[in-house]
Each structure stands twice: as C-alpha cells, then as structure tokens.
Design a binder for this molecule. Structure first.
Ligand code: ADP
Length: 320
C-alpha cells in the first residue's frame, strides 16, 4: 500500500503537462494519498527541491501551457550513484512512488530509479508523438494546431507573392507533426524521416502545381530530415521560383493545450495514480484505440514505431 507519491516533469516541455499534474494530484488526494511536487525534473530531485502539494496547489493550471513544476535535463542521472542519491531523498521524505511526466529519456530514468526501491510510473508528455506504445502523447495535438495556424498564415503570404514556402517543424526522428499538420494544412510536400525523400519528385510536384495554376506551394519538413534553409535554396535554384524558409522552433512547445490534450492528460494522470495504487511499478500509461492502457516501461520502449503510411499517401493524393 502506497501512502505518499511525488510528481515531476522532465525533458522537453509540452502543453497539457499542467493538466496531467492536476489530474495526478487531485486523483491522489481523492484517494487519501499525500503528494509532493518536485521542481526541475531529476535535476531538482537530486537537489532536494520538493514541496508539499494539495488540491489547491493545482488550481487554475488546467488551461495553462508549460509546466508549473518546471522541467530540466539532467545528464548525471545516467550515473547510478546520482540515482541512488535521488532514491535516498525520496526515502527521506517517506515517498513510496514517483510519477514522471516526460518522454522516452525520462522513462528510462524512471525505470532505473524504480530498481532502487521507488515505485515509478511514466506519463507520455512530448509534442513529438514519438512513443510507439501509445497512439498519442500529451502536447502533440496542441503542437499540431500551432503548426496548422502557422501554415495557414504562411499560405496567405505565399499566395500573395506566388512563393514556395518551406516550413520546418519539430518531431526529432518522428514525422508525425509534419504528417498531420501537413495534411491539415493542405501541404504540397510533406518530408519526414520515415520516408525516402525524392528531391526530383518534389521539384516536379512544385512545377506541375505552378503549371496547373497553383498560387503557392507549402512544403512541410520534419526537423529530423535536414534544414529548411538548405532545402529552400535547392528548390529556388532548380525551379527558379522564389522560396522562403520558416523554422517554427519553440513556438510549437507553447500555448494553451487543446481540449484533446487536456482530456488525454486528465485520463492519463488518473490512470497513473490507479496503477500505483495497485502496487505496480516501472509502468507507463498510454492510449490505444481510445482505451487508456498501462504497460511495462521496457516493453513499451522496445516497441517499434509505426508510421502511418496510409495517411501519408492520402495527404499526397489530396494535395495534387
Ligand atoms: P525526454 O524525456 O523528453 O525524452 P531526454 O531524453 O532529454 O528527454 O531525457 C530527460 C532526462 O531523463 C535526462 O536529462 C536524464 O535526466 C533522464 N535520462 C535520459 N536518459 C537516461 C538514461 N539512459 N538513464 C538515466 N536517466 C536518463
């Protein structure tokens, strides 16, 4: 039986992390558990940056972007002695279990910490949607809406000037942001790390579009493939069409979470507490076919990512 849990956010931030924190704290309090917040991820944990939380600690954060607990990267956490220090601090506060909101790196940290006697559960918080065991991660939907809005604005100005617009989006090695936002934004080209990039085909698409009366060309490029500036120069040199590059960067990480992200974060936060109360450890929570699930961390991280080839083909056909 666990009595006291701690919660932290780690790695890259994502809109909806606050809603997940709120769900964990409120569900834990509802079930009679004590809760402590940890500031600045694993870095704050080894520094002893803990504070008591109650249901009011998470008032008015459900709609806010960022994370009230702040986040950090902590390279030293890969070192066993440092993790032992973290476990000692948690023990000193009588904490039996830790909720970690973050991506795959954070989950690995949580898994290793769980071997030192602290129960741990991970909640997927990353805009990249790069965790294969779950259909969606918290923050992905909000980032898509941010990118979609940017594409629409860039389309207006591209059309006015009859330009080609290359838009670089985040996602590390995962092309999901580019794919979904590109489809929704009617992009003529979507370039992702999962698919072979045929430069000549792209030039043909752009020129064919011009010849059939297209006023603009929107090319969405996932950051994992390469730089937007190089691609824009290449397109301009070969096609002769004026081409501008826009790197959306960190605006994709900010903003108020969408309803989808808030609902997902609330469901996952509630599930994380439920999993810990069952006495489980080294688990992650996620969503599959709209069911909230939990799974062993190692098994979850070992899953191979499934890129949606079908959606990619549809996006191509629809933008012809
Ligand atoms: P994300 O969780 O978004 O994938 P990172 O990969 O930067 O972000 O990981 C966040 C933090 O998780 C790291 O700064 C580190 O503290 C911890 N972490 C990552 N990988 C490991 C590892 N192999 N062993 C222990 N801790 C790790």
């Amino acid at each position: 039986m666990i009595k006291k849990i701690a919660i932290l956010t780690s790695g890259g931030d994502a809109p909806g992390m606050n809603a997940a924190i709120r769900a964990v704290v409120r569900m834990a309090v509802y079930n009679g558990l004590e809760v402590m917040g940890v500031r600045r991820g694993f870095a704050g944990l080894i520094n002893g940056e803990l504070f008591r939380m109650d249901r009011h600690s998470v008032s008015d954060i459900i709609q806010r972007g960022g994370t009230m607990l702040r986040t950090a990267r902590c390279e030293e956490f890969k070192n066993e002695e440092v993790r032992q220090k973290a476990a000692n601090i948690l023990q000193a506060y009588g904490i039996d279990a830790l909720v970690v909101i973050g991506g795959d790196g954070s989950f690995t940290g949580a898994k290793l910490l769980s071997k030192l006697g602290v129960a741990a559960v991970g909640i997927p918080g990353t805009i990249d949607n790069d965790l294969s065991y779950t259909d969606y991660t918290i923050g992905f939907d909000t980032a898509l809406n941010t990118v979609h809005d940017a594409i629409n604005k860039l389309r207006d100005t591209s059309t006015s000037h009859e330009r080609v617009s290359v838009i670089e989006v985040m996602g590390r090695r995962c092309g999901d942001i580019a794919l979904y936002a590109g489809l929704a934004g009617g992009a003529e080209g979507i370039i992702v790390p999962e698919k072979n990039f045929d430069k000549e085909e792209l030039i043909r698409t752009i020129l064919d579009g011009k010849n059939t009366g297209k006023m603009h060309n929107i090319i969405v490029l996932a950051e994992g493939v390469g730089g937007a500036n190089e691609l824009a120069s290449f397109i301009e040199n070969i096609s002769g069409l004026e081409t501008r590059a826009t790197i959306l960067g960190h605006i994709q990480r900010g903003g108020s979470p969408t309803v989808n992200d808030i609902v997902l974060a609330s469901r996952l936060g509630a599930k994380a507490v439920e999993v810990l109360m069952k006495g489980e450890t080294a688990r992650v929570v996620g969503i599959r076919d709209n069911q909230i699930i939990d799974e062993d961390i190692d098994e979850a991280l070992a899953k191979k990512r499934n890129f949606d080839d079908n959606l990619y083909e549809i996006a191509k056909i629809l933008s012809l």
